[in-house]
Design a protein around this ligand. Sequence first.
Ligand code: COA
Ligand code: AMP
Length: 630
Amino acid sequence: MGYAEVYARWKADPEGFWMEAARAIDWTRPPSRALFADRAPIYEWFADGLTNTCWNAVDRHVAAGRGDQTAIIHDSPVTGTVRRLTFAELQDRVARLAGALAARGVAKGDRVIIYMPMVPEALEAMLACVRLGAIHSVVFGGFAAPELATRIDDARPRAIIAGSCGIEPNRIVPYKPLLDAAIDMAAHKPEFCVIFQRDQQVASLVAGRDFEWHSFQAGAHPAACLPVEGNHPAYILYTSGTTGQPKGVVRHTGGHLVALHWSMGNIYGVKPGEVFWAASDVGWVVGHSYICYGPLIHGNTTVVFEGKPVGTPDAGTFWRVIRDHRVAAFFTAPTAFRAIKRDDPAGEHVARYDLSSLRALFLAGERADPDTVIWAQQKLGVPVIDHWWQTETGWPIAANPVGLELLPVKVGSPSVPMPGYDVQVLDEGGHPVPRGTLGAVAVKLPLPPGTLPTLWNAEPRFRKAYLDHFPGYYETGDAGLIDEDGYLYIMARTDDVINVAGHRLSTGAMEEVLASHPDVAECAVIGVADALKGQVPVGFLCLNKGAARAHADVVADCVRQVRDRIGPVADFKKAVVVDRLPKTRSGKILRATMVKIANGQDFKVPATIDDPAILDEIRAALATLGYPVG
Ligand code: COA
Ligand code: AMP
């Protein structure tokens, strides 16, 4: 069946469509229906079913006689190792870890924070939690201690599972001091921590609170999979919003299983047993959905890659991994390809490897610029599929569903809406705009299974952030258009979220850090276009009268503070002192105008501007940072 027919079938009978998809999942008690709308506009899926995520991702494959199939390949150029785990081995390891956690009191509904690098043990920790019905929250390793502390206070975990260190190409990143600092800062204290010690940096443990990974599990009784309700949270994943307080996206168990399974075959076009590789990190949603859960639920082998697209050791690493492990479908962020293209524009590395196993490349996480897509098409000779989604949705909103049918690729477009998503482009008043017109991209409620039902302990914030602005719709926060053929184009964010090397970051959170500097009276952070990373943050600082420190010192303080308080991943390296910020007469900072100046784009001086002369000062300040602003 082709895409149009499948989409039309979903539209005609969403309930029947999702109930049929739910048959691919093992249920202890099948759900009586798909959608639970009694609290609309808050929706839940498969709420009265009983199932277990770990059973569906691991145990059932062993029970079906596929225990010897490789489940996880850990390919780690930064340590020079490759390790494989079969489904049977994974089952043993996860059941034992879950048993040890249970023996220490971790039970259904308890939260567990996971702060780990790209090692199979990170997936084992996630799977051990869902095995018990505990709710994990994975925190990306590139975040600093205060970000971890914020998540500890919001999720209130009973336990934290962490690695002793991460390995970046240029340095070892000790995680344990960050963890200790975060626990000190947080008001909530976990009962205990489990530390996975890596040879590269062994951490010192706090007696009575910290347990070493292996000794923690010694003698533990393997735990069985606990069936949980379809609307029981499998995990919380924090993502950036407009303020420094991240949003805790909740993922319910039933819809997550059904949607991810559906996506593996129909969108990514892989069959059980094939190797699927998403080169992302378990700390992001791509890592949750397509390094850990999606491939395993679908019975695929997943690759856990601990390296970078370039420099580990060279721009041929991706091709080496695809060749060595016979990867059938590969997923990464466009920024990774831009990094490779910069190092190896002629694609000489590509030519050195047998990539015959690869059938398609999938790009997401940020806008896929046409140059990058065309380069990838030419060098790899396989369809390059841009697809668009968010932490909130957990799986693609729009894609070219190669598993159903390869639709004509339009470079610059993530193609068409997937079943479950009725995507509309709206004007400010919430009315659909004509085809080809730019507007706010929204999805008609209800969102499909697998998407967020709410924010953790913050339903009012959920409603305000996503539902209130356009009643009857979910507001994606992206702006774009739909063309005459129904293809979607995602152009920009409508809020203060920026995308740096495929990482979603809040300029508001960075402004909060800058504003706390004693010499800073006022500030603004904007995302400026960057050839490699898509966007990079740039800060503008207005200092207090009589500020004693030199401008360069204040800038250096601010750069250091953003790194220490948000993390290296914020990539905040550029800031400049200015006398004033451009504002409207009512005092709103004109960030969008500043972005246009920095990007060298044409713009109209806003009619509401207080003093247009300030724009020249901004232009001059950007020039000092090396931006060719005319
Ligand atoms: N732990 C600790 N630090 C981390 C980290 C982690 N897990 N991940 C990144 N960092 C650090 C980096 O070391 C770097 O620190 P530095 O300022 O001291 O150099 C900083 O955070 C920025 O990292 P990054 O954005 O990775 O930039 P880079 O210049 O090191 O590499 C790319 C550039 C394009 C190669 C890299 O960003 C990349 O591979 N991007 C793909 C992103 C991706 O897959 N995103 C997932 C969405 S699908
Ligand atoms: P995250 O929640 O980190 O996955 O970030 C989601 C945001 O990244 C989206 O709201 C978009 O702004 C952007 N994004 C992700 N994929 C794409 C894409 N294919 N094209 C354009 N923007 C994208």
